[in-house]
Write a protein of this length. Sequence first.
Length: 256
Amino acid sequence: MTSEMTRSAISRALRTVVTAAVGACALVATAAPAPAREAGPGAAASGFLNLHQCAYYATSLDDHFSTFVTPSGDGRYATGTERSATADTAAECGPGNGNHNPVPVLHGVRALDLGAGRYLNLQQCDYYRAASTDHFTTLVTPSGDGRYATGTKVSNTPETRPACGPGNGSHVPNPGLSAARALDLTAGRHLNLHQCVYYSERQASHLTTVVPGADSRYTTGTNVSDTADTRPVCGPGNGDHVPVPLLSAVRSVPLG
């Protein structure tokens, strides 16, 4: 009897051990996978945005205008704006059309380190001469005349107001068309720079906008997104200054 009881106890013990082992294996096999990590913010931008500013005029006091991306229909006003691993130091500008000629003192280039912060703070400064109803725009400080400076930069702080130079006393800041736009570089893979050029035949005057300002009639579609824009989005103008499709354009710059 004692022997049988011993064998029975051993058998029960072995069944318990086997059952526990099988259970442990089942737990290992069916354990839920570790939760995936949450997606982080958009990939950091890298390299340099070389923002080229090219200025043209009919005469020293009349009909200035600027280009920042090559116009869709007239390469004579081309610019070298691009993203690159190297920082550009001199503006690349087209020759103009013979009537409107380059103004080297107002050309400029700003090599913006895209890895230096979260926001591209684009600052547009419009200057105006009332005597000839003449506008021109700067996005970067001209290489030869700091009186038309801007505060365009990359930083971790979004800016809402442009820092513009005082002008030269003849051409003075025009707040209605000056503006700042903080573009979140983590919001997408493309920086879409929309350049909108307007012309008044009555006043023989061009003006250019890249950053939307207080006057929505001259708004633009400049943005950061995962979509590469192919056509500029421009406001209708004020009825006197009207869009010039030949000189308007969009440049989609990959951010990484």
